[in-house]
Structures are given as structure tokens and as C-alpha cells.
Design a protein around this ligand. Structure first.
Ligand code: FAD
Ligand code: NAI
Length: 474
């Protein structure tokens, strides 16, 4: 006997679970299947996908612990606090991180129960089109669904000749679970994961070298911000080499040895106890049987969708990391809600121009909208207002005066085109920039809003005033 649903969601990550919950809220009979690579000790699926199990959440837990460790070792004394030399119990740190993962993944299961979403433990794949939707296999079961939302996410990209064992050579999965602090850690790729997890292990005492293939640092970020970030992260002790070409990587009893050529073409060798390979992620369509049913993928292996998440097959939708656009949990969730609402005949809405990006380094980096280099390339005339955190009383009190806020506004209309922040609290401050862009605000709108004193948000306020060349405190 086959099971029948209005909507089957394939994958229980942020895209999948959000789609399932929203579709259920809208009155559909919904199931979500999860192929279960992050099973709990009883073999039960842990929901939340990459984000909750081996991504956003565990990395932020480790970033927090390692930040406290660094503060205790290097910043407390300046404020008259003496605690001696701090020690890290890696096992306890990991247990805390795993506890948060358990709590949150369990929470999604609770939300499924509350919203009457059926969880099916198993790998989902297409079988064929059915008279009223699609026939799929989930594990050994046959499932019929009128609508299918594919949210199978992504997996780490690996490099040829560099086999990941998640012990010595690690992707994100192993890098979140080192049982000791490596003395020397090598990282290939100075992207988000390389900088976040490189920072974690550096703060805990590892000597970290990051090897980046591109000649520029954080190419997608505003280059003003990227320059500041490179300066600050280097000052903290991350060794970052740009423009390298990775050669042979060998593992042995003592760890790993990486041959590479540096930006000047000179041959170099880096020995390390462990290596993190963080060179991007690839969409996950493994075992979906996409080809057999004619589900169209693009040249990057992503499921092709239109602006509303529709694939080329009737009643089949796709969201999150498996489709185009930034691989971010909040983007996946926005798409998921929009698709569920579109299926229900509502006007699902997602504004790809107002998706915030955040790097949880210290200081944090966040932006929304266009960078200065993008505006220049597009020939858009703009005004800029830039204010450093160093002028802000709250930042001084927090001993967090590094960085700045920069607002870019259209020269003719004053409409906010981009907000770029490097500084304490950037991950939360950027929300005001997102609101500004979503509401098509002018920089004058931000300048006229009353910001609480003393807060870091006053830096954003001053940057808006600076667009009109009238900051009060700079
Ligand atoms: P996933 O979370 O990858 O979920 C897909 C799910 O589908 C998985 O559980 C998988 O097991 C399941 N699945 C796959 N195929 C099948 C199948 N055929 N049948 C059944 N189930 C299947 N993003 C942020 O926004 N902020 C962050 O701070 C952040 N930090 C990150 C840190 C790291 C180290 C990493 C690796 C990623 C981070 N991300 C972050 C990215 C974020 O994790 C992803 O963008 C997000 O998880 C994508 O959600 P998704 O639902 O599309 O896919
Ligand atoms: P990334 O795309 O951010 O960075 C990869 C880096 O590796 C790039 O700088 C690239 O130039 C470099 N690279 C690629 N091939 C290389 C090679 N052969 N040699 C040397 N360098 C090479 O990818 P990353 O860091 O793996 O993260 C994957 C994705 O996960 C991110 O794009 C992001 O979507 C998501 N993520 C988001 C986070 C957040 O929102 N804070 C945190 C961590 C991950």
C-alpha cells in the first residue's frame, strides 16, 4: 500500500523543514523524508540538515566558546580581571556544541508533531509521474504526492587527489569535531568556512595557515571591508596566503604535507597536523533519480528553477542549496515559505536583492545589497557614508572599536543600495540595512530614525548622516 500526501518534501534541512511546516500550516497533508546521515544513537533522523547538524549552529557554538577563551586569555587583564592562563577542555566544548545540536534538531521534530507533518526516515527518489502527481520511493516505501518540494541541500566540494577522511583531512564535518587542538592547522580556501573555523582553532591555540587560490581576499565582499578584514584577521594571527596553487597533498604518520606555489610562483611546502578543505559546496542530487524523470539540472549541477522555485516538471519545486543563489540557511527558508505559499495559490514572495550575508569572524562582517565594486562596474552613480566604530561610546565600553559601517546610496534618488559592516554585532546590525533595502528606503530615512544611545546601532545612524555629509560625531 502506498502512502499518499498532498506535499512530499525531500530533505529535512532549513529549506525542507520550513517548507513542510508552512505547507502544513496552509492545510496540506504533508510528509518530509530525510535520508538520515546525522542519525542519533537510536538511528532516528536528526532534522535540520547541514545547518543544524554540521553547519551554522555547531560552528557558531564553537565560535562563541573560542571567543570567550581568547577574551579570557588576552582581553580580560586590560579591564582589571585576572583569571590566570585559561585552559580549554575540548571534550567539554564539543559536548556543549553537541547538546545544542540535539536540542535544536529535537525541536524541529517537535514542530513536525505540532504541525502534523509526517516524518519518513529514508532516502527519497523519483519513480515516475502518477495520474495525480508523482510516485516516489522513500527507503522501501512507495509514496504518492500531488506536489514535491526538493530540498536536498549541498555537500562539501572536495579536491581531486585530496581524500577527505575527516580525521586528518577534513571538510566541515570533521573540522567541527577535532578531539584536540591541532598544533598546526592548514586550511585550503579563505572563504566563510575557512575563516570561521580557522578562527575557532587559532583562538584555541593552533597555528593556522589559510591557502587561498584567488589573488583577492573575500572577492564577493565590498573590497573596503575585505581589506579591513584581512588586516584585522592577520593581526590576530591567521596566516593568509592569497593567489596560491595547491599541488600534491600527502598524509603520513605526522599529519599532512601540502605542496603549493605561492603568488609569485615559488614552490612552497606546508606541514600541518590537520587540514581543512573548505573550497565551496556542491548541490546534492545524489540518488534522486532526477535524470530518469527528466528533472532538469543546470551546468553547475543545481536543479533549475524559475523565480518562484518551479522546476521544469509539473508539481515539482526545489529550494535551498540545491538551487541557484547563495547557499545560506535563511535564503533556503525564505524560498521554502514562498514555494509552500505559491502551491497554496498565494503570492509567495522572496527578494533576492535583500538577502543578508554574515561572516561570524571577530569582528563580524555583514552586508546586504550592492558592493562599491558592483556599483562601479554597473556604472551606477552613488554616494557613500562611512563611520568607524572607534567613534562610538558603546563600542569603546565593549573594547570593540575595530571596523566601520558603510552605506551606499543612489546619487540621484538617495535610495539605499548597499550596507556594509565590519565590526562588533554586525550580524544583528545588518537587519536594519535589510529593512532599508526591502522598504526601498532612502539614506535620509535611516538618518531620521531615532537610534538608542549608547548602542552600536548609532554607527549605522551616523553612516546614514555621513551619506549627506552631516555626521554629528565624526
Ligand atoms: P541542507 O541543510 O543541506 O539539508 C538537506 C537535507 O536533505 C539533509 O538533511 C540531507 O540529509 C537530506 N537529503 C539529501 N538528499 C536526500 C534524499 N534524496 N532523500 C531524503 N533526504 C535527503 N548558512 C547560514 O545562513 N548561516 C551560517 O552561519 C551558516 N554556517 C554554515 C557553516 C558551515 C560549516 C556550513 C557547512 C554551512 C553553513 N551555512 C550557513 C549554510 C547552511 O548550512 C545551508 O545553506 C543550509 O543548510 C541549506 O539548507 P537546505 O535545506 O537547502 O540543505
Ligand atoms: P566559499 O565559497 O565561501 O569559499 C571557498 C573559497 O575557497 C573561495 O575563496 C575560493 O576562491 C577558494 N578556493 C576554491 N578552490 C580552491 C583551490 N583549489 N585552492 C585554493 N582555494 C580555493 O566556501 P566555503 O567556505 O567552503 O563555504 C561553503 C558555503 O557554506 C559558503 O559559500 C556559504 O554559502 C556557506 N557558509 C555560510 C556561512 C555563513 O553564512 N556565515 C558560514 C559557513 C559556510
Amino acid at each position: 500500500m502506498s502512502k499518499q500526501f498532498d506535499v512530499l518534501v525531500i530533505g529535512g534541512g532549513p529549506g525542507g523543514y520550513a517548507a513542510a511546516i508552512r505547507a502544513a500550516q496552509l492545510g496540506f497533508k504533508v510528509a518530509c523524508c530525510e535520508s538520515n546521515p546525522y542519525a542519533d544513537p537510536k538511528g532516528e533522523p536528526r532534522l535540520g540538515g547541514t545547518c543544524l547538524n554540521v553547519g551554522c549552529i555547531p560552528s557558531k557554538a564553537l565560535l562563541h566558546t573560542s571567543h570567550l577563551f581568547e577574551e579570557a586569555g588576552h582581553a580580560f587583564a586590560e579591564q582589571g580581571i585576572s583569571v590566570g592562563t585559561p585552559k580549554i577542555e575540548v571534550g567539554k566544548m564539543l559536548a556543549r556544541k553537541n547538546g545544542i545540536v540535539d536540542q535544536l534538531t529535537g525541536g524541529i521534530k517537535g514542530l513536525f508533531k505540532k504541525n502534523k507533518v509526517t516524518l519518513i526516515n529514508g532516502h527519497g527518489s523519483f519513480v515516475k509521474q502518477a495520474p495525480d502527481g508523482w510516485e516516489l520511493k522513500v527507503g522501501e516505501e512507495t509514496v504518492l504526492a500531488k506536489q514535491v518540494i526538493v530540498s536536498t541541500g549541498s555537500k562539501a566540494r572536495h579536491l581531486p587527489g585530496i581524500p577527505v577522511d575527516n580525521k586528518v583531512i577534513c571538510d566541515n564535518v570533521g573540522a567541527l569535531d577535532f578531539d584536540t587542538v591541532p598544533k598546526k592547522l592548514a586550511v585550503i580556501g579563505a572563504g566563510v568556512i575557512g575563516l570561521e573555523l580557522g578562527s575557532v582553532w587559532r583562538r584555541l591555540g593552533a597555528e593556522v595557515t589559510v591557502l587561498e587560490g584567488l589573488p583577492e581576499f573575500l572577492a564577493a565582499a565590498d573590497q573596503d571591508v575585505a581589506k579591513e578584514a584581512l588586516k584585522l584577521l592577520t593581526k590576530q594571527g591567521l596566516k593568509i596566503s592569497l593567489g596560491v596553487k595547491i599541488g600534491e597533498v600527502k598524509t603520513g604518520k605526522k599529519g599532512v604535507s601540502i605542496a603549493y606555489t605561492d603568488k609569485d610562483g615559488a614552490a612552497q611546502k606546508l606541514d600541518a597536523d590537520r587540514l581543512i578543505v573548505s573550497v565551496g559546496r556542491v548541490p546534492n542530487t545524489d540518488g534522486l533519480n532526477a535524470e530518469a524523470v527528466g528533472l532538469k539540472l543546470n551546468e553547475r549541477g543545481q536543479i533549475e528553477v524559475d523565480g518562484h522555485g518551479r522546476t521544469n516538471l509539473p508539481g515539482v519545486w526545489a529550494v535551498g542549496d540545491v538551487v541557484r543563489g547563495p547557499m545560506l540557511a535563511h535564503k533556503a527558508m525564505e524560498e521554502a515559505v514562498a514555494v509552500a505559499e505559491t502551491i497554496a495559490g498565494q503570492a509567495g514572495h522572496i527578494n533576492f536583492d535583500a538577502i543578508p550575508y554574515v561572516l561570524y569572524t571577530s569582528p563580524e562582517i555583514a552586508w546586504v545589497g550592492k558592493t562599491e565594486q558592483e556599483l562601479k562596474a554597473a556604472g551606477v552613480a552613488y554616494k557613500a557614508g562611512k563611520i568607524p566604530f572607534a567613534f562610538n561610546g558603546r563600542a569603546m565600553g565593549m573594547a570593540a572599536t575595530d571596523g566601520f559601517v558603510k552605506i551606499l546610496a543612489d546619487a540621484a534618488t538617495d535610495r539605499v543600495l548597499g550596507v556594509h559592516i565590519i565590526g562588533a554585532g554586525a550580524s544583528d546590525l545588518i537587519a536594519e540595512g535589510v529593512v532599508a533595502i526591502e522598504f526601498s528606503a532612502a539614506s535620509e530615512d535611516l538618518a531620521r530614525i531615532c537610534h538608542a544611545h549608547p548602542t552600536l546601532s548609532e554607527v549605522l545612524h551616523e553612516a546614514a548622516l555621513a551619506v549627506d555629509k552631516r555626521p554629528l560625531h565624526a
